[in-house]
Design a protein around this ligand. Structure first.
Ligand code: CTP
Ligand code: MG
Length: 408
């Protein structure tokens, strides 16, 4: 069991009136699971298992408990289940009351946003720790926003350049969130609003389209579709690898190459992260981030294919947000930038050059993880250099990636 200083409060005590299902929203089926189950998988997919507090309807505590117990055990996470209140704010407040003493950073997450990627939780938690204040994921507003009166008459157009749509998980230093809740007057629409009201700064970090909230039936359909797609991803990956020809109607694909090299760290305690995986008992790589040469080479290949520059230009080494960040954070952000620029990934191939770690035993695991993050097939190969050069002498690891992307 862990002694995590990070807790995630998952609020799941709402009734889901607008969804109109016979079950409370968190218990509505999603794929072969429930909305809450899928949400918990995302929370427990965090790099470092957090303490989890599930806030559930008072008459569903047992069910919620068994849902979280199995998953938490698999992730070596500690958890608690408490009954919610009349409003979301009251539910969060009850969740706060259940936090263990050691917790210093609290993320509050809507179970109704089950497809939020684990990387968003990691990023928010890391940013709260680094900055010492509130951090919320947000998306730019893409629609034109107008003020409209009760009679339906347009009053004016709002400048959307200053607007952003807030998502969860919203993260805070525990003391700030507790202070804000202790002083709360009236209902606020999100946790950040409460913390703003005590004068604490809140920063936004990039949200994720998949973190949308299931509110009405159409949202549930969208989530069902995404879950089905996720389950089909393995089959799709195999199909894509079987050299499926690019459809004649598709635009000409674009390719890019990326190379990255990191030296082994002099400090024997530095952990090794490579291909998105942690390699216990292997010497770690040095770098401003976690030194994951495989993830970085893939980012460069993707950015090159899209003509978006390179990883150094996108995530400056001076930027404290990326100090110690895992490859997954860079990859997810790179894929998001490509999507913004109108590209999606066809496939990626990456080769690791070095003596250690021995990749073969965990190759499938690395491919599955990277494929999930990139959202397209990623194949991973490895080679040594016959004892020649810096890789042959065991001074570091190199990775060479090729990416193919298409428009759309
Ligand atoms: N929530 C909660 N306790 C409440 C109300 C809401 O824990 N008393 C949680 C919901 O379970 C959900 C999140 O807050 O995960 C966001 O709320 P919302 O989407 O409004 O969910 P519901 O309140 O369940 O839906 P509705 O407003 O349509 O009834
Ligand atoms: Mg509600």
């Amino acid at each position: 069991m862990n002694d995590s200083t990070v807790a995630v409060i998952v609020v799941a005590a709402g009734s889901g009136t607008r969804l109109g299902h016979s079950e409370p929203k968190a218990f509505v089926p999603l794929g072969d699971d429930t909305i809450l189950g899928v949400a918990l998988d995302a929370v427990l997919g965090m790099r470092d298992a957090p303490h989890v507090v599930v806030v559930a309807p008072a008459d569903r505590l047992g069910e919620a408990r068994s849902m979280v117990a199995a998953r938490a055990a698999a992730a070596s996470a500690t958890f608690d289940v408490v009954a919610g209140g009349e409003s979301r704010q009251e539910s969060v407040s009850r969740g706060l009351g259940a936090l263990p003493h050691v917790v210093e950073t609290v993320l509050v997450h809507d179970a109704a946003r089950p497809l939020t990627p684990s990387a968003v939780f990691d990023e928010v938690a890391a940013a709260v720790v680094a900055r010492g204040h509130g951090v919320v994921p947000a998306l730019a507003v893409v629609d034109t926003i107008k003020r409209v009166d009760a009679a339906g008459r347009v009053l004016g157009t709002v400048d959307r350049s200053e607007l952003a749509a807030m998502q969860t998980p919203q993260g805070f230093p525990r003391s700030a969130l507790e202070h804000a809740y202790a002083r709360a007057h009236g209902e606020h629409t999100d946790d950040a609003a409460l913390v703003e009201s005590i004068g604490m700064p809140i920063d936004v970090v990039p949200g994720d389209a998949r973190a949308f909230k299931i509110t009405v039936p159409a949202d549930l359909h969208r989530a069902e579709h995404l879950v089905a797609e996720r389950h089909g991803a393995d089959a799709a990956a195999r199909a894509a690898h079987a050299a499926a020809p690019v459809a004649a109607s598709a635009a000409v694909p674009r390719i890019g190459t990326g190379i990255d090299v990191h030296a082994f760290d002099a400090d024997a305690d530095t952990p090794l992260w490579l291909a998105g995986l942690h390699w216990p008992d292997e010497r770690g790589l040095s770098g401003h981030s976690d030194g994951d040469a495989v993830a970085h080479a893939i980012c460069d290949a993707l950015l090159a294919a899209a003509g978006l520059g390179d990883i150094g230009g996108m995530f400056g080494t001076a930027d404290p947000r990326f100090s110690g960040a895992h490859g997954e954070v860079f990859l997810a952000e790179t894929v998001r930038r490509l999507a913004d620029a109108g590209f999606r990934v066809g496939n990626v191939s990456v080769q690791v050059v070095g003596n250690r770690p021995k990749l073969a035993p965990r190759r499938a695991e690395a491919e599955a993880l990277l494929t999930r993050i990139v959202g397209a097939p990623v194949s991973v190969a490895a080679t040594t250099t016959d004892r020649l050069g810096f890789t042959g002498r065991g001074e570091g690891v190199a990775a060479i990636a090729t990416a193919l992307i298409v428009t759309g």
